[in-house]
Design a protein around this ligand. Sequence first.
Ligand code: IPE
Ligand code: IPE
Ligand code: MG
Length: 254
Amino acid sequence: MTAPHPQSADPVKESGGVPAPAHVAIIMDGNGRWAKARGLPRTAGHREGVEAARRAVEAARDLGLSYLTLYSFSTENWRRPVGEVRDLMGLLKQFIVDDLPRLKKEGANVRILGDKQNLSPDIKALVHRAESETAGNSAFHLQIAFNYGGRDEILRAAKAIAAAAADGVLGAKDIDEGAFKKFLDTGDAPDPDLVIRTSGEKRTSNFLIWQAAYAEYVFTDVLWPDFDETVFREAIDEYCRRERRYGGVGGGAR
Ligand code: IPE
Ligand code: IPE
Ligand code: MG
């Protein structure tokens, strides 16, 4: 299923409410608070957060999603204490090592969003492995935003476009939304229909700021390590009760 297009006449949308989302993106927040509430170090929260991410991937497949995008480390998260950053890097590596075989077997296509340039060589190699070994898959798309920032992504796209223009490959008149989008890390992936943020915070924190321009947002107070299929279903149910208008007047207008 593809995401509803702004211009498309969608019978479900017309009657209020929308079809189930094809692409859900999640801002996985609240690991630190989950740990603190238990008198545990923040790392323990991040470890539980990885388990919640595994549950989310499984649930996404059960729920029939085509795309799941998980925000796991932002360009701003480098501001955290060195030890915490090291733990988060280690958990990404462990996740790829442990889960890649299963993801491959299940036909998942894995893509890492974010700036890969300044990642350590071992992470770069694992990221490359995850992407190249799943490149031909299309049963399900898992995008992991790691060392990702929406502004950074747009700047890198702008630089790449400027370089293409300098090479004479692109002219100013060729740069429309469709052409620009191809330079983003998400490439030709559909925009997220729904963005879920856990932990009660109500902000984007630099996540998919281009792609989520018309996404629906659902905020839940559940802390990320407690996220499960029930919470996921509730968020999708809330999404399905929304009316997406894309700047138009919607189905109920007279
Ligand atoms: C989300 O949990 C994980 C990352 C941002 C890497 P946090 O670590 O932000 O948890 P809180 O917000 O401090 O509770
Ligand atoms: C957003 O969470 C980034 C990720 C979930 C990876 P943060 O915890 O870093 O966001 P702020 O600092 O509360 O905005
Ligand atoms: Mg946080």
